[in-house]
Ligand binder design. Structure first.
Ligand SMILES: CC(C)(COP(=O)(O)OP(=O)(O)OC[C@H]1O[C@@H](n2cnc3c(N)ncnc32)[C@H](O)[C@@H]1OP(=O)(O)O)[C@@H](O)C(=O)NCCC(=O)NCCS
Length: 153
């Protein structure tokens, strides 16, 4: 098995074409403008995964208010999945949101996306409800939540 050095780091403007390429391949539903807006307004929560100079995944998380963090988007290129890259991105954003004093993180995931739902469950998220017809194509969203335990001193 080939092991690769994965670097998790903050998004930089020069990563924009990589991120949009991943978005197009994986979702093809977000306006690229959102990503530049996230960079301008909450860059601490915009991370990429880099392998040998290539960006192969990204995550966008933010703290819109109070103590509830949100995950807007997470994606890894299909050919780089199942190598813990998604887990590394998610664990890093949880750590960042914890530092920002978030007490919980919430997200929406397509109800039919069983792989992502299971992935989030592996990381401690649980289902809190369903939002009917949440997506543009009418698919329901499964709402998920993670409680962030306080760090013991
Ligand atoms: C969801 C997603 C981000 C996960 O990324 P990933 O890099 O494949 O994630 P990981 O490799 O950390 O984990 C994936 C699975 O591989 C397993 N895995 C990873 N490395 C492994 C290894 N060396 N040996 C055995 N299993 C391994 C993990 O346990 C995990 O299993 P689980 O899903 O049953 O918990 C990716 O599938 C993706 O981009 N999906 C499309 C977009 C999407 O659905 N985004 C989320 C909704 S916004």
């Amino acid at each position: 098995m080939v092991t690769c050095l994965i670097i998790i780091r903050k998004f930089q403007p020069q990563d924009f074409p990589w991120v949009i390429n991943i978005e197009r391949k994986v979702f093809n539903e977000h306006d690229p403008f959102f990503y530049m807006q996230f960079y301008e307004t909450c860059s601490d929560g915009f991370l990429v995964a880099e392998i040998y100079g290539m960006v192969v995944g990204y995550i966008v998380g933010f703290l819109p208010s109070g103590k509830t963090g949100r995950i807007f988007s997470l994606a890894v290129l299909p050919e780089y999945r199942n190598r813990m890259i998604g887990s590394a991105l998610l664990e890093e954003i949880i750590s960042i949101l914890r530092e920002m004093k978030a007490a919980e993180i919430v997200l929406e995931v397509r109800s039919g996306n069983l792989k992502a739902r299971k992935f989030y469950e592996t990381h401690g998220f649980y289902k809190t409800g369903i939002q009917k017809g949440y997506y543009n194509d009418g698919e329901d969203a499964t709402l998920m939540r993670l409680e962030i335990p306080r760090k013991s001193i």
